[in-house]
Write a protein that binds this ligand. Structure first.
Ligand SMILES: Nc1ncnc2c1ncn2[C@@H]1O[C@H](COP(=O)(O)OP(=O)(O)OP(=O)(O)O)[C@@H](O)[C@H]1O
Length: 702
């Protein structure tokens, strides 16, 4: 890339000049795109519309966002990338530098087409995230830029091949540290400038395989998953544009919290959904006890449903008789039965087999026609397949399956359930599955979330669910085996990124091991990676929360904190009569700091706390709402805290959070989630004894 002569020796001034030139180049690129004349290139209206839309998207992508720096890093290669890479033993190389690349969110080129900013996802950008003095990847200098309000104000250099550095570890970066320590406000931000090497390996992992990330709270799982989608869309744009990508999250609040990350990375064509939304075949009007939901989510249900779907297939009592003109063609019952059995044995969907049956029967008729000297062609076979006698037989032996109706029958009709569950579920389990009262119709049945997953399974048994190119499944530890199957069938021909933390599993059916979960997902050969460097929770707070780990997930490695600040942690015991007032006071104290405040409490306490905040004139938001300067306090029911983070957290009555769950382990896991949402500080206010495992060891004081 040609270096432009600049009238200053001050490196910061030179970098600012490059920023100004890059911005100007981006403006030109945008203006050129806006000025494109489509009149001659498109033959028809539809093409013109498609092209116009694409161009509008490109114009939007070329916007110079005020709060997102155009570039955040620079790489000076020893030589053009791709040339021989100097090993660590080579030491600093003499002579003129190789190529220089500025790394940013999107590609910008000058009027000659020379790159001024390189997309962070391009191969030449990779050393920005991965190079070390031990393995410099051909890079001489890595420069990180610091911005204040859109202004380039600082830079930080690493001379990766400087004498004495070979083989050394990467020195800590002050700019990275500053980025991590920044107070949080509003929705999740991208981390494109500071992706860490262990994260980058996951982000850029090959699209062919599924990656599963077990990561302690705040290790960047969600961030990594979203950047991985952006990376894959860059590296495989055409393929994924055809097949689609999907991010699955635990609830709408969470999806709202993360929804701006991908657009900030220039990607808007990614669907986001909860598992419930994916399987929304029936209106939800009921709920299940934990035991029932666990059973409905059990993988054994898949076989029960498979049997239920096929249970309607009847062997014919009589053969097929087709009348054509003056002739009658007869296919005897045993032959029809053989055709039906052969279709049952084939590994095809119920619906596809049903569609194939008329042609199979017609073929049997055609064979007879040929034997008697006729020469029927394909059209005759099609006509026979449409013959009323064939249609009637198909209807009789291979009835249409309506998935909601079939599941309704299974949950309402004990005899039918017994027939389908024989040898799979015992009598007690079968009784547990049945609704209290048989349902009358699909629209009024007391469908629960777990029932909807069963309907989805049946839907797929009847007709194959279309598969996407890539699915990111966040908070994956909470899915039941049947839910894994539901997500898995949406990426049978694609791959998945599975993100989760066993210690944060808070559903009664939460998975006990990734190997098991991945098997249900249909991706048993996935690679499991573990992240333990935490970017959110300060050291003091994560150590406190980790006291719960031996009780909730003894095999996991406790997270460390990469934050410099140890954070503030206070645990205050107050009189029960003063609990609410003390919680409000803690919120007020937290509001004196910068950033967002999350008040987390047991779900059952939310109504009372809403009223108390209201009476005290303290405005508050719901999870996923965007914080503003005027309102930075969010009241978070413990059940919705997962995946979210706040600069400062006030946690009310840990015992109540634990008791809000069906069993003690789930309760402690819910508490673990609540304790690990804070970025700068955590203030625990309680009036009852703390759960014993948390109280062990010195209790941090105010
Ligand atoms: N490399 C990084 N540079 C800067 N910030 C980072 C980096 N990685 C993660 N973070 C920040 O750390 C915080 C936690 O990240 P994230 O929510 O992705 O973690 P998580 O592993 O999904 O956590 P949880 O299990 O609690 O949901 C976020 O604010 C994220 O932006």
């Amino acid at each position: 890339m040609p270096t432009h002569a600049r009238p200053t020796d001050d490196p910061l001034q030179r970098e600012r000049a490059h920023l100004a030139e890059s911005r100007a180049a981006l403006r030109t690129m945008r203006a050129d795109t806006e000025a494109l004349d489509l009149t001659d290139v498109t033959g028809n209206w539809v093409n013109a519309e498609v092209l116009r839309r694409e161009i509008n998207e490109r114009i939007a992508a070329l916007a110079d966002l005020a709060d997102a720096p155009l570039f955040f890093g620079r790489l000076d290669y020893h030589e053009p990338p791709g040339g021989e890479r100097p090993g660590p033993e080579a030491g600093p190389l003499p002579g003129p530098p190789g190529e220089r690349f500025y790394i940013g969110r999107r590609h910008v080129h000058d009027k000659d087409g020379d790159p001024m900013v390189i997309d962070w996802r391009a191969p030449v950008s990779q050393p920005f995230y991965r190079a070390t003095p031990r393995e410099p990847m051909g890079v001489r200098l890595r420069r990180r830029f610091g911005y204040t309000g859109g202004e380039l104000t600082a830079y930080e250099d690493e001379h990766l091949t400087a004498a004495g550095l070979a083989g050394a570890d990467v020195p800590a970066s002050a700019l990275l540290q500053a980025e991590i320590e920044k107070p949080r406000v509003g929705p999740m931000r991208d981390i494109v400038a500071t992706i860490q090497p262990e994260q980058d390996e996951i982000v850029r992992a090959d699209i062919g395989g599924t990656v599963c990330v077990q990561g302690a709270p705040g290790t960047g799982k969600t961030a990594v998953g979203l950047h991985r989608v952006a990376y894959l869309l860059y590296a495989h744009r055409e393929r994924l544009a055809r097949t689609g990508t999907l991010v699955v999250g635990p609830n709408r609040s969470f999806l709202r919290y993360i929804e701006q990350v991908l657009p900030a990375l220039g990607e808007v064509d990614v669907a986001q959904a909860t598992v419930e939304e994916l399987v929304a075949h029936v209106p939800l009007r009921g709920s299940d006890s934990a035991a029932v939901a666990r059973l409905k989510g059990d993988a054994r249900m898949a076989e029960v449903l498979r049997r239920a779907v096929r249970s309607g297939v009847r062997m014919p009592s009589e053969g097929l008789v087709v009348v054509r003109g003056s002739r009658r063609w007869r296919v005897p019952a045993p032959e029809v039965e053989e055709i039906v059995r052969e279709l049952l044995d084939r590994d095809i969907r119920y619906g596809a087999a049903r569609e194939a049956l008329p042609q199979r029967l017609a073929h049997a008729v055609l064979v007879r026609m040929e034997r008697s000297g006729e020469a029927p062609d394909d059209r005759v076979q099609d006509a026979v397949a449409r013959n009323p006698a064939v249609k009637a037989l198909v209807k009789q032996v291979w009835p249409v399956v309506d998935p909601p109706r079939l599941v309704l029958r299974l949950l309402s009709d004990g005899d039918f359930l017994a027939e389908c569950a024989e040898g799979i579920l015992d009598g007690d389990e079968q009784r547990l599955l049945l609704w209290d009262r048989p349902a009358r119709g699909v629209r009024t049945a007391p469908w629960s979330a777990a029932d909807a997953v069963l309907v989805d399974e049946v839907t797929d048994l009847v007709r194959r669910t279309p598969s996407l190119g890539h699915v990111v499944l966040d908070e994956a530890q909470d899915l039941s085996p049947m839910q894994y199957r539901a997500v898995g069938r949406r990426c049978t021909t694609g791959s998945a990124t599975v993100l989760g933390d066993i210690a944060q599993g808070t559903t009664p059916w939460a998975t006990g091991s990734w190997a098991e979960a991945l098997t249900h997902l249909g991706k048993a050969d996935a690679v499991v990676e573990e992240l333990t460097r935490g970017f959110r929770v300060p050291g003091k707070v994560i150590d406190y929360a980790s006291r719960l780990l031996p009780s909730i997930a003894p095999d996991l490695t406790p997270a460390t904190s990469v934050r410099d600040s140890p954070g503030s942690l206070s645990v205050r015991l107050v009189d029960p009569a003063e609990l609410t007032a003390a919680v409000l006071a803690a919120c007020r104290a937290a509001l004196a700091n910068e950033g967002s405040i999350g008040l987390i409490a047991a779900d059952a306490r939310v109504a009372a706390l809403t009223a108390a905040l209201d009476a005290a004139g303290m405005a508050c938001l719901s999870p996923g709402d965007e914080a503003s300067r005027a309102c930075r306090l969010t009241l978070v029911p413990a059940s919705l805290a997962k995946g979210l983070e706040y600069d400062f957290v006030v946690l009310e009555e840990p015992s109540a959070v634990v008791e809000g769950e069906a069993d003690a382990r789930t309760g402690l896991r819910r508490l673990y989630v609540a304790l690990t949402r804070a970025v700068s500080g955590l203030s625990v206010v309680h009036s009852r004894p703390l759960p014993a495992v948390l109280a062990e060891g010195p209790v941090p004081s105010v």
